[in-house]
Design a protein around this ligand. Structure first.
Ligand code: ZN
Length: 506
C-alpha cells in the first residue's frame, strides 16, 4: 500500500471513530429521555437530537469521505480483516446516507423524539387516537427514507437492510410461512399433551425490591459487568451502549409476575454482554458494536431462553430465589418452576410471550408493517387490522390498544422493518446453542452448578470480540460451522416442549 493510501485509510478510520462517538452521544441523549428526563424536556431534547443527527449526517456524507473511500478502494491492496470491514461498512453507511437529504434526517429525529412522548401517553391511556397523527408523520418520513435509499423489490427492503444487511422481505415471507406452519403444529401437540402446565407459582405477590435484587444477582452470575454498566427502570426494557466500558440496561418490574423482570434482565443482559465483549481491535469504529440486530437478538434470547428457562438454571437459581421469596416459593420444586417458566399460552404482549408463540407475534408485525409501507392500510385503521390479525393468528383479541397496537416502542422510535430481526435472533440463538452443546458436553451440568463462565467465554471468542468484522451469515458460519439454518430452532423447540409437556419429541 502506498504512503498516500495508508494516510487515507488512517483518516477514514479517524472519521469512523468520530462517527462512533457522535452516535453514542445521541444514544446517551435517548437513554436519558427514556429513564430520567422530566416530561417538559421533550421539545428541547427533540431539537438537540435533530441538531446532533444533522451533524452526524454531514460528517458522514462530506465529499472528503467519498474521496477517501475511493482512494482506499482503488489501491487498497492487502487490508487486514478489520480494516477491510471498516472500509466496507463506511462505504455502506456513506452510500446509504448520501442519498438522504439532511433536512429529512433532522425532521425524522425531531418527529421520533416527539412521537415517543406521545406514544408513552397514548399507551398509558390505552388510546391509539392520541398517537395516530404522530405515527402517521413518522411512517411518512420512513417512506421517504425508503424512496431515497432505493430498493429492488419493495420499500420494506430499504428499511430492513439497515438492521439486517442483505436480508429481504421476500426471504422473510418464506421464513415466516415455515415458522407459522411449524408453530401451529407444535401448538396443537401442546394443547393435546398429557401434562398441562400451571404457571401460578410465578403469579404470586413478589416484593419489588427483592425482585430487583434477584435480577441484579442473576446478571452478576451470568457475567454482566456492573463496573461497565448499570441497570435502571423504564417503560420498555432496553439496552444501550456508549462503548465497551459503559453498556446500560433497563428493566420493568411487575408485582404479580416473577418472570417479567427476571427474564427481561437476562434478555437485556445478553445484549449488554455482547457489547461489553467487543474486542480492542474493533472498538470505537463503525464496526465497534454488534454486527446486526438479528445477531444481537440471538445473544439476548440465548441467555433469556436457552439458559434462563432451562431446568439446569432453576436447579441452581431456585435455592437462592427461595431465600428471597420464602413464602411464595416454599412449596415449589425445580420441575414446577421450570415448567411454569415455559408455559405455552397465546398472550397479547410480545415481550412476555412464550418461545413457541413468540414468532407469531413477529409474523403479525411483519405483515402489518408491509401493509403500512405499501399503503394498503391507513394509520387510523391500524388498531382494527392489529386486532383482526391477532384473532386470526393467536386466537385472542386485545381488549384495548395498550395490550394491542400500542404495546411496542419501535414505531414511535422510527424503527420500521426492525421486528423481523427478533425471529432471526431466535433462529441464530438455537443454532449457536446447539454448537455450544457440541463444544461443551457438560454445558447443562455447569449451568446447574452456577458455572456460566464457559458459555460466556465461548460467545466472547466466536461472536462478541469480532463486532461487525464479518457479515451476519458469515459470522454464524464461522461460529457454528454452518450457514444460518432454521432447522435448529425447530429441533430446539420440539425437544424442549416435548420435555416440558411430556409428549414424544419426534
Ligand atoms: Zn432484545
Amino acid at each position: 500500500m502506498t504512503l498516500t493510501t495508508t494516510r487515507a485509510l488512517d483518516e477514514l478510520k479517524q472519521v469512523s471513530a468520530e462517527l462512533f462517538d457522535l452516535g453514542r452521544i445521541a444514544e446517551l441523549l435517548e437513554w436519558d429521555q427514556e429513564t430520567m428526563m422530566p416530561p417538559k424536556g421533550v421539545p428541547w431534547r427533540a431539537e438537540q437530537l435533530a441538531t446532533l443527527k444533522g451533524i452526524l449526517h454531514e460528517r458522514l456524507t462530506a465529499p472528503r469521505v467519498g474521496d477517501l473511500l475511493k482512494q482506499v478502494e482503488d489501491e487498497g491492496g492487502q487490508l487486514s480483516d478489520v480494516d477491510a470491514a471498516i472500509v466496507r461498512e463506511m462505504r455502506r453507511a456513506y452510500d446509504r446516507e448520501v442519498k438522504l437529504p439532511a433536512e429529512l434526517v433532522r425532521e425524522l429525529a425531531r418527529a421520533t423524539s416527539e412521537a415517543l412522548a406521545t406514544w408513552r401517553r397514548a399507551r398509558a391511556e390505552a388510546s391509539f387516537a392520541l398517537f395516530a397523527d404522530d405515527l402517521a408523520r413518522v411512517v411518512e418520513l420512513k417512506r421517504q427514507v425508503a424512496e431515497h435509499v432505493g430498493y429492488r423489490a419493495e420499500p420494506y427492503d430499504a428499511l430492513l437492510d439497515e438492521y439486517e444487511p442483505g436480508m429481504t422481505a421476500a426471504e422473510l415471507e418464506t421464513m415466516f410461512a415455515n415458522l407459522r406452519a411449524e408453530t401451529v403444529a407444535l401448538l396443537d401437540e401442546i394443547r393435546r399433551a398429557p401434562r398441562q402446565v400451571d404457571r401460578s407459582v410465578f403469579e404470586r405477590e413478589y416484593d419489588l425490591d427483592a425482585q430487583w435484587r434477584f435480577g441484579q444477582e442473576v446478571l452478576r452470575w451470568i457475567g454482566y459487568d456492573f463496573e461497565a454498566g448499570r441497570q435502571d427502570k423504564s417503560t420498555h426494557p432496553f439496552c444501550t451502549h456508549f462503548g465497551t466500558g459503559d453498556v446500560r440496561i433497563t428493566t420493568r418490574l411487575h408485582p404479580r409476575d416473577l418472570g417479567q423482570a427476571l427474564f427481561g434482565s437476562m434478555h437485556e443482559g445478553g445484549h449488554a454482554m455482547y457489547e461489553q465483549g467487543i474486542g480492542p481491535s474493533v472498538q470505537r469504529s463503525v464496526i465497534g458494536s454488534g454486527v446486526s440486530l438479528g445477531v444481537h437478538e440471538s445473544q439476548s434470547r440465548l441467555w433469556e431462553n436457552c439458559v434462563g428457562r432451562s431446568r439446569a438454571f432453576w436447579e441452581y437459581a431456585l435455592p437462592r430465589a427461595r431465600e428471597l421469596f420464602p413464602s411464595q416459593l416454599a412449596d415449589a420444586d425445580v420441575d414446577t418452576v421450570w415448567r411454569a417458566a415455559n408455559k405455552v399460552e397465546p398472550s397479547f404482549i410480545r415481550v412476555e410471550a412464550d418461545e413457541v408463540t413468540y414468532n407469531l407475534h413477529i409474523a403479525l408485525r411483519f405483515e402489518v408493517e408491509r401493509k403500512i409501507l405499501r399503503r394498503e392500510v391507513e394509520t387510523k385503521d391500524l388498531p382494527t387490522l392489529w386486532n383482526e390479525s391477532m384473532t386470526q393468528m393467536l386466537g385472542i383479541t386485545p381488549a384495548n390498544d395498550a395490550e394491542g397496537v400500542l404495546q411496542d416502542i419501535h414505531w414511535a422510535s422510527g424503527l420500521v422493518g426492525y421486528f423481523p430481526t427478533y425471529s432471526l435472533g431466535n433462529l441464530y440463538a438455537a443454532q449457536i446453542w446447539a454448537a455450544i452443546g457440541r463444544d461443551l458436553p457438560d454445558r447443562d451440568a455447569r449451568i446447574a452448578a452456577g458455572d456460566f463462565g464457559p458459555i460466556l467465554a465461548w460467545l466472547r471468542d466466536r461472536i462478541h470480540q469480532h463486532g461487525g468484522t464479518y457479515l451476519p451469515a458469515d459470522l454464524i458460519e464461522r461460529a457454528t460451522g454452518e450457514r444460518p439454518n432454521a432447522r435448529y430452532l425447530s429441533a430446539y423447540l420440539r425437544a424442549k416442549y416435548a420435555a416440558v409437556y411430556g409428549f414424544a419429541a419426534s
